[in-house]
Ligand binder design. Structure first.
Ligand SMILES: Cc1cc2nc3c(=O)[nH]c(=O)nc-3n(C[C@H](O)[C@H](O)[C@H](O)COP(=O)(O)O)c2cc1C
Length: 210
């Protein structure tokens, strides 16, 4: 199941997602670990087409800004990639983080102040995997301006938009990440990212049979 999870943007089907199934996916997200058990997340379900169209418009602007960072062949490849399914998926979910959820003092949030954001990302991962178990695809759209998301969804200044997700049934779960298939980037060898005892000291994990 972990290996079968994919970021979906090209393969959404418009079929509605039963409320019961959406409920199970959200409940799994809400059972993620969080620093000091602060549960800093909110899940804002967006179905309204006008709202999604406004978000999609912002995506276009930010995507163009991102395109300017690449040149030549890379730029052509970037332009050919589908990087969101905001209007294709029947449901969008904005996952936010409220750093004030448990008051100013949070057990565990001391020198590493971002632990509330990390906790929120774990809720996203739970959601992603629970959705996969239900046969639902998820896409994370980060090519957005947080201010524009706040405006479109009425999110207060004190709350951080963390993840804008698209959710729905899919035509397929491709076996490999789309960015790999399209030649953007390959998965790094596990041993190249794993060290033992000290930074850069090699560790050789036992290969996993595929
Ligand atoms: C924080 C985060 C932001 C992402 N933003 C985007 C995005 O804006 N558009 C997109 O197409 N994919 C986005 N992705 C998906 C990644 O491209 C994808 O996870 C990666 O290529 C590996 O593919 P897989 O998730 O199918 O294994 C994002 C993923 C993460 C974790």
């Amino acid at each position: 199941m972990l290996y079968g999870r994919r970021d979906i943007r090209s393969h959404f089907r418009p079929d509605p997602v039963p409320e019961e199934i959406l409920g199970r996916v959200l409940d799994a997200a809400h059972h993620a670990p969080s620093v000091g058990f602060m549960q800093p997340w909110n899940f804002l379900i967006v179905r309204d087409r006008a709202t999604r169209t406004a978000v999609r418009k912002n995506f276009e602007t930010v995507r163009a800004e991102g395109a300017a960072e690449f040149e030549g062949e890379r730029r052509r490849l970037y332009d050919s990639l589908k990087l969101e399914g905001i209007l294709d998926a029947p449901i969008n979910i904005c996952v936010t983080c409220d750093p004030e959820r448990a008051g100013p003092a949070v057990l565990g949030r001391v020198r590493i102040r971002e632990v509330d954001v990390y906790s929120t990302c774990l809720a996203v991962q739970n959601l992603w995997l629970a959705a996969r178990a239900e046969g639902l695809g998820v896409g994370w759209v980060s090519i957005l301006d947080p201010g524009a998301i706040r405006t479109a969804l009425g999110i207060p200044e004190s709350v951080l938009p963390i993840a804008y997700l698209t959710l729905g049934y899919v035509t397929e779960f491709p076996p490999t990440p789309e960015l790999e298939t399209k030649g953007w980037r390959q998965r790094l060898p596990l041993e190249s990212v794993t060290f033992e005892e000290r930074w850069a000291r090699p560790y050789r994990p036992i290969p996993v049979p595929r």
